[in-house]
Design a binder for this molecule. Structure first.
Ligand SMILES: [Zn+2]
Length: 230
């Protein structure tokens, strides 16, 4: 268990403005931009009271020993609105590539890393998890890989999705979705099946290489509509 606890008031003071400035500056450049979602104006900071469920989610993160910084609500245009998001700073294991995440997504993700991926690495692969690699979280774009959904805003445009691409172990091994989903090592295959199965219990939608070719190199997790597990 992680023993550090960060009071909400302290976390709320931690660099929210600085973070939002650099984090959102590069938003929307990842993957292919949605043609119909080009923002016609700069981001607007929304000044709305924080809903109770979002406050509860912040409290849950703090109680779990997660270090994070709440981000201001922003409307980026083109339907890309991010409410109740956080920047995760320390969840016990370094995670590459994560920017803003809506709090319930961040809560599900940290639980998955701490209570599913880390134990599975130790028990099934015999080494500690030292890093989770992602392709990112927020990105203002349409759904990729499905032409019929080309104009549908991705959950990434709401900071409500994360794409996980691989895991690094203390013994130096790197397990990637692209290379190891059909690994010749049955323990590695079982590990990826186990963490995928656990994700299906924690996130609303889970997509893997089994779903389509666009997901051959990552797991997509989101907290939009569900449940859907593929
Ligand atoms: Zn995704």
């Amino acid at each position: 268990m992680v023993s550090r606890r960060v009071p909400l008031s302290l976390a709320a003071l931690a660099l929210p403005l600085l973070l939002s400035a650099c984090l959102f500056g590069s938003g929307g450049s990842e993957k292919r931009p949605a043609q119909s979602r080009q923002p016609s104006r700069g981001p607007i900071t929304l000044r709305e009271p924080t809903p109770r469920d979002t406050q509860q989610c912040f409290t849950d993160l703090s109680r779990s020993g997660i270090r994070y910084s709440p981000l201001p609500d922003r409307d980026f245009g083109g339907g890309c609105v991010v409410r109740g998001a956080v920047q995760l700073l320390d969840i016990g294991v370094p995670v590459s590539g994560i920017k803003s995440m809506r709090c319930p997504l961040a809560r599900a993700f940290t639980g998955w890393v701490q209570f599913a991926v880390a134990p599975a690495a130790r028990q099934m692969l015999g080494s500690d998890l030292v890093r989770v690699e992602t392709f990112g979280t927020y990105s203002c774009r349409a759904v990729v890989g499905r032409p019929e959904s080309a104009t549908k805003l991705s959950e990434h445009g709401l900071a409500n999705a994360v794409d996980v691409s691989g895991f690094v172990l203390k013994d130096g091994r790197r397990v990637t979705i692209l290379r190891d989903w059909q690994s010749s090592d049955p323990a590695v295959r079982r590990f990826l099946e186990a963490v995928h199965g656990s994700a299906c219990k924690r996130f609303a939608t889970v997509l893997s290489p089994r779903y389509n070719a666009a997901h051959r190199d990552h797991f997509h997790f989101d907290m939009g509509r569900g449940p859907f597990c593929a």
